[in-house]
Design a protein around this ligand. Structure first.
Ligand SMILES: CC(C)(COP(=O)(O)OP(=O)(O)OC[C@H]1O[C@@H](n2cnc3c(N)ncnc32)[C@H](O)[C@@H]1O)[C@@H](O)C(=O)NCCC(=O)NCCS
Ligand SMILES: Nc1ncnc2c1ncn2[C@@H]1O[C@H](COP(=O)(O)OP(=O)(O)OP(=O)(O)O)[C@@H](O)[C@H]1O
Length: 199
């Protein structure tokens, strides 16, 4: 039996940081953000739909998506965000399930699905347990602004486009408190994997 863990959190709460730690335990991770970049490459169906919906002005000179520009549009307008989600999410979901099932068929003890919008998109039925990477909102804002060089307004738009981190923490089977150092988060993960009898 493979245990499927849904790893989530809010934007810049530390999902990618924690997902890298699963490597140490040889636990495979399927990363929805990575898949969402794959499915919008030129030549893919979702790419054509995005260009038809948002126009050529969201393309760079090399015809790839200008992600910063598209982000600027969809995080400032909920209807446009829903339009983009309805194009990208089905393609991501299909690839994610395919990869999850390949790991299950290969007999892995555990597989992690790193899904930023696990609760928003109601995808918890894809996983056995949910794990939320938690940070206080102030820490989240600071890390997001520093990592992506956003203004405070841009960072808040992105934070507010998701269910609050407190609400996600309430829904989770387990939490990693990532307010401290990365090492402190690693120790929490190791303890949890022991509790869940994965290591
Ligand atoms: C708008 C886009 C082009 C901006 O790209 P950018 O490279 O700046 O951001 P990236 O894709 O790395 O996402 C960073 C984070 O933003 C958050 N986020 C992204 N899309 C959304 C969304 N539609 N709603 C809420 N939060 C989102 C997530 O926490 C994600 O981890 C891109 O985020 C996108 O295509 N979004 C739609 C697909 C999506 O929902 N992806 C996230 C889960 S699959
Ligand atoms: N414990 C920590 N201490 C200090 N900095 C951290 C810690 N955890 C993560 N960070 C930093 O905070 C930023 C956000 O972390 P990360 O990219 O892992 O978040 P994420 O949840 O995957 O983000 P996104 O939702 O955008 O995909 C990064 O710059 C990362 O290096």
């Amino acid at each position: 039996m493979t245990l499927v863990i849904g790893l989530t959190g809010s934007i810049a709460s530390g999902k990618s940081t924690v997902s890298l730690m699963f490597d140490e335990f040889n636990i495979p991770v399927v990363d929805a953000d990575k898949l969402s970049r794959e499915v919008v490459k030129p030549g893919e169906k979702a790419y054509d739909k995005i260009v038809n919906t948002f126009g050529h002005e969201i393309l760079r000179d090399d015809q790839t998506l200008d992600r910063k520009k598209l982000g600027g549009i969809i995080f400032a307008d909920e209807d446009k965000r829903k339009q983009l989600n309805s194009i990208v999410h089905p393609a991501v979901r299909e690839r994610m399930i395919f990869r999850r099932d390949s790991f299950i068929e290969a007999g892995e003890t555990c597989v992690v699905l790193d899904i930023p919008l696990l609760f928003e998109s109601k995808l918890t039925h894809f996983v056995d347990k949910t794990l939320v990477v938690f940070v206080d909102e102030g820490v989240q804002l600071k890390r997001l602004m520093e990592r992506d060089d956003y203004t405070e307004v841009e960072a808040w738009q992105r934070i507010k486009s998701q269910i609050s981190i407190d609400e996600k923490a309430k829904k989770a089977n387990a939490i990693i408190d990532n307010n401290g150092t990365k090492y402190e988060s690693y120790i929490q993960l190791e303890k949890l994997l022991r509790e869940w009898k994965i290591i």
